[in-house]
Design a protein around this ligand. Sequence first.
Ligand SMILES: [Zn+2]
Ligand SMILES: [Zn+2]
Length: 365
Amino acid sequence: MSVNASTFEFTVLGCSGGPVAGKTCAFLLKPSSIPFEQALENEVDCILALDAGAGVETIAEMITDCRKNTASVSSYFSQLYNNTEDLNYYSDNIGLMNPHPFEAVSKISAKSSLQLAKGILNCMSAYIITHPHLDHVLGLVINSPCFTRQTPIYGTQQTIDNLKNHIFNGKVWPTLSYLSFNYLQPCTENFSVTESIAVETFHVSHGITSSTELYKSSAFLFTETNDKGKLLFFGDVESDLSSNTKYNQHIWLKVADHILTNKLKAIVIECSSVDKKPGQPLFGHMTPTNLISELLNLQNICLEKKKATRHPLAGLNVLIIHVKETFDHLGDPRKQVLESLRRWNQKYDLRINFTICMPGISYFI
Ligand SMILES: [Zn+2]
Ligand SMILES: [Zn+2]
């Protein structure tokens, strides 16, 4: 999709599910009509940080990559595995990708990469956090001394209370007066987080904390207020079959209408590992089989409840995040996850466009 036809620019700073640190889940979201350099020069408040497992150091590295014509961020996984493929292999829709999102920013030669990255950080309207696991908040914590102004942090009550009580508590990290913590109430429609982006919040299940207590993460449905295009973004999540809940079903019922009116531009969702042997624990995450069963459920809702004609998910962009790094002889886990998803996609004739997200890349959706 070209910049002009797209609604959002979704920039991946990190997308690993660990246990390797440095490029864990961190994303930027802004209307694609406002380029980063314009946001930076005019100090336009239009960028959202979605989770923050990485941050200013990766933005600086991406700017340096533009200046030196290197690809240290976008080729990050090729430094870990011997059998990675070219970038284009990982997407069924390569037109979405821009491998140099900070190209124009990097031309501002009077400033260092780190100074420019700090400038981008201070164009953030807000941080929106799906859940407080460290692979989703480490960048927010470590980068917080870079903030030069009041910075709002949004999440569900559980997320915010855990951040305040267990991280920004004066012991693990200082309680910083310029961070403001705000609750997002689930199922409150279209709460404006920037002038141009509104959000609706959902609870999702992400494993258990004890034999009786579910651990909740969040999903967010973002709406660009001008063209009404939408992006559905999941934090870590398990399938309804694993959790024995209907949290995902509730979200699919909500977004089916937006798929049929072509307003839903993409779903960003985790697929942490390849399928496991029956009985092996998933720790509150998804495998390709789990994800496909959720997408089949979404397709059924479109067909049966919403009376769609055939192939309602055809052309839908599903962006995969949070693949966990592996240490076995099979190498690149993203290839294995994508190959499984492509097989199921073909078997069920879903016609979805899968993309495995890569750090350093912007996706225009
Ligand atoms: Zn995670
Ligand atoms: Zn998690």
